[in-house]
Design a protein around this ligand. Structure first.
Ligand SMILES: C[S@@+](CC[C@H](N)C(=O)[O-])C[C@H]1O[C@@H](n2cnc3c(N)ncnc32)[C@H](O)[C@@H]1O
Length: 235
């Protein structure tokens, strides 16, 4: 696919072309630009996030959070690990802005957000550019006809494995059992190995260290289990 076709297909110019930008789009392209980036800007940073965005040395680990939602975990991770860099990807403008504002309010200098579709993350991230990956409660797309929209697919795992360093980890959790079973099959067919796996995170050895995200809380309150695994990129 040519770059022009790609941009058309994934609406890469959408942010800058929006005829009536709302307050979040204005913030993204205005006072928060430099902390958050449009899809078009993000395309320019492939292989250059350390140097051009974070002004950091290449050996500083760059972590990636996909689908940050309103950013409680994003801000927590950035603050907890000031010696690491964190890039968040979001499709929706409001949570994107909430995420970066939260990290800024916490005083973190090591976090940036980009509006970008994670299914094509290899267009903005180069081989071995990312250390660890966080995927918390991705949209489950429950209807049979919608399953093709799920983030976790064979082709996505191949891309992820390429942009991620060897031995980098992926933390994946979901509140949806059907999606979890689907994801387990995809993971087993990938180049990743399992480091951790539980069908009830909150009654597991990893409960104490777990950070409860906004979506997770909704399901916890209902007494539903959270499904979790940690994968390692073994190539
Ligand atoms: C169910 S919410 C979970 C949010 C948060 N991780 C949490 O646990 O509270 C999923 C988020 O992923 C975002 N998202 C969905 N598909 C995406 C994609 N392909 N690329 C980037 N973000 C995506 C959605 O906009 C939404 O904010």
């Amino acid at each position: 696919m040519s770059m022009d076709e790609f941009k058309r297909k994934y609406k890469i110019f959408r942010t800058t072309a929006l005829p009536f930008p709302n307050e979040y789009v204005k913030a993204l392209m205005g006072e928060l630009n430099g902390w958050s980036y449009s899809e078009e800007q993000a395309l320019d940073f492939k292989g250059k996030w350390h140097e051009e965005v974070f002004s950091a040395k290449n050996d500083m680990p760059l972590d990636l959070e996909i689908g940050t939602g309103n950013g409680f975990h994003f801000a927590h991770h950035a603050k907890k690990y000031p010696e690491r860099l964190l890039l968040g990807l979001e499709l929706k403008y409001k949570p994107l802005i909430q995420s970066i504002r939260r990290a800024r309010t916490e005083g973190s200098e090591n976090a940036r957000m980009a509006r970008f579709n994670a299914t094509v993350l290899d267009y903005i991230l180069a081989d071995n550019e990312v250390q660890n990956v966080i995927i918390h409660h991705p949209d489950p797309w429950l209807k049979k006809s919608q399953k093709k929209n799920r983030l976790i697919q064979d082709v996505f795992m191949k891309k992820l494995s390429t942009i991620q360093k060897e031995n980098g980890i992926v933390d994946f959790k979901t509140d949806n059992e059907n999606y979890y079973d689907w994801a387990l099959e995809v993971f087993k067919n990938s180049s990743y190995s399992f480091e951790r796996e539980t069908r009830d995170l909150h009654n597991s050895p990893w409960a104490e260290e777990n950070f409860i995200t906004a979506f997770e809380r909704i399901f916890l309150v209902k007494g539903q289990p959270i499904f979790y695994c940690r994968l390692k990129n073994t190539y």
